[in-house]
Each structure stands twice: as C-alpha cells, then as structure tokens.
Design a protein. Sequence first.
Length: 210
Amino acid sequence: MDIHVTDGAKRRDRLEGTILAAATRLFAECGFEGTSIAAVAERAGISKQNLLYYFPTKHGLYERVLDEVLDDWLARMAHLADAGAEPAEVLRAYVAAKLRFSREQPWASRVYAMEVIGGAKFYGEQIRARVVPLLRRDIEVFERWMADGRIARVDATHLLFALWAMTQSYADFAAQMTLVLGKPELTGDDFEDAERLIGDMVVRAVAAAG
C-alpha cells in the first residue's frame, strides 16, 4: 500500500470532517438561505477556494450534511427491528437512542428539523426514500405485537410521531428548555430524567390490558 496515498486520504477525510462540522453548525444556526460558502470556509479555517474543491456548490454541501445526519440517525434507530424482543425493553432502548442523538448531535438534529419545518424543499425525496420505509417497518413491528396480544391496540404511526417529537425536542428546543430551567445548558441528569419519564409514558401507553 502506498503510504503517501493513505496519508493523503486521511488528510482529506479530516478536512471534509472539519468542513461538514462547520457547515452543520451554520446551517443549524442560519438555515440554508442564511449560510454562505464563505462563512463555512471561515468557520472551518480554510479558504473559500479550498472548500469549493471539496464541495463545488452550497446545495451539494447541504445535501452532504443532511446525508450525514440521516445516516447517523437511522443507524441509531434500529431498535424496533426485532419484533421478537420484549416490547418494553425495545421501546425504552428506542427512547434512549433518540435522546442520545439529541444530546450528542444537537446541531445535526436542528439542521434536519429546519429542513423539515421549511417544507423539506431540498431533501424531501431522500426522506421519502429512507425515513418512510423505516417508519413502515416499525409500524409492522407494532402490528405484530398487537396481533400477538403483547401490547395494547394503539395508533402506531402517531405513537412514533409522538416519540420523535418528545425526544428530538431536547435538541431542537433546548434553548427554550434551558430558559425555563434557568441553566446555561441541559445536563446529563436532564437527559436521564427525560429518558426515564418518556420511557415510562410510552410503556404505559402500550401496556396490554391485564
């Protein structure tokens, strides 16, 4: 293996990571329209020309950021895939994974939220192609649980919508939460409290009648 090629690939990966991190923060703060390539380059500490070598257009950079966000989010959301597992454990793991994403990737969550709030003008097709099949798969898991009498009859689609809203709000509306709580940022204790409460609520909502 050519060591120089390997080192070059590593440097490229590191620089792309720096650019994507800077772009994610700016797109989250300013939206697509309010973010310029020049601003991303400045935040990344490189020249605009250098950035354009890696990402020739702002639209391409924005899509790459959203691709990275969705890849990470979907990788964490595999918890409902095993319909044979204990529903309560699966649901609590799902809540925990969603909250962990909100805590670890708040700017990524906000970029995605802003795109959706804006009507998914740039990323609607990708959401339809990747998120919708996942949602349908998870609904099928709920349906099998219901058919087996393992959980109560619920509207699985709206339950998942509620789960998304409850967990993602800890990233997307963290500023409001910190104002209410009178603290500069959400802490690990806040996320643990949220995980416990949301998990309890969801498990109780789907508990099969005794």
